[in-house]
Design a protein around this ligand. Sequence first.
Ligand SMILES: Cc1ncc(COP(=O)(O)O)c(C=O)c1O
Length: 366
Amino acid sequence: MAVPFLDLKKQYSSIKEEINLEIAKVVEGCNFIMGPNVSAFEKELAAYLGAKHVIACASGSDALLLSLMAAGIKEGDEVITTPFTFFATAGAIARIGALPVFADIDGRTFNLDAKSAIAKITPNTKAIIAVHLYGQTSDMAELIGAAEERKIVLIEDCAQAIGARYKDKPAAAIGDMGCLSFFPTKNLGCYGDGGAIVTSNDETADKLKILRVHGAKPKYFHKYIGINSRLDEIQAAVLRVKLKYIDGWNARRREIAAKYDDFFKNAPGVTIPYKAPYTEHIYHQYAILVNNRDSVLKKLNEAKIGAGVYYPLAMHLQECFKYLNYKAGDFAVCEKVSSQILSLPIYPEMSETDISEVCETVIKSL
Ligand SMILES: Cc1ncc(COP(=O)(O)O)c(C=O)c1O
């Protein structure tokens, strides 16, 4: 029996009437840009995250870029981040003209190792971007301490972590700014591209609101050289419907993860995801480590069980970052993890039969 990696149709079917109604209202109202749904969504999401401000924008990638712009990061500045992330994290740093500085990851959580990151701080370090990979927050305590002490801006890349918590704090409300993605496959996904920046700093929020509309305030009077990066009204309407369900969906993901954990915990050759004591995981991905990853992946694909590799090549080894002069072996933990990591299907609409099918096929594919 086939189990897809993700089934967005099932989720749509479960909320179809509400979604269609809200989209139709936007289309009938013909107010497509920065309308009432965007401002209502920003307020509702801020309340959900316990933060003062949410500034919606066009994508998670833009959220990262805008946050660096708001922090005043400029050419020659250094920004420390993890090499084990989606391209957008490192891409945003390079696009603004700053220097991406990578540090190794923690082999259990797959997130930036705080000590390695802190060791990379120089007088030119202006920001740290901690990525909460797969839905589990980074270990933030030491990073917060170092950032406060040295006046470095701390940005959270929460593209994969909406609804996750670090101790008593929601992800995105821990650092100076938190960046979210509403890409359709995310735990809170819209029906196109979308993103947001979360902050509790009034000045930063004002700057972000100006930067996302070409740096203009008022219109046609440009205070900054900004960009065009707004969340569409239709996407905001979709997200307002979905936000009501996010906690239930995340809880179901945790339930599925617990079933996988139970099944795989004694499977020879499989390392189940480590759950750090300081975090509440929202399992955007359920990622295991297996030695013969490529052959397992091939067998799963042949058996029509969805599986994916996030990410097969670390950022410091990407062709576009050759100019940074990193080489294979620089981040041994990250490189080992990227050769063994394998994501299994995890989404709230999975049936018990789907879960068993994945478990049994993985065991047969080892
Ligand atoms: C860790 C991480 N950062 C940034 C992004 C970029 O988000 P978007 O695809 O909305 O631009 C993504 C999403 O793909 C991501 O997973």
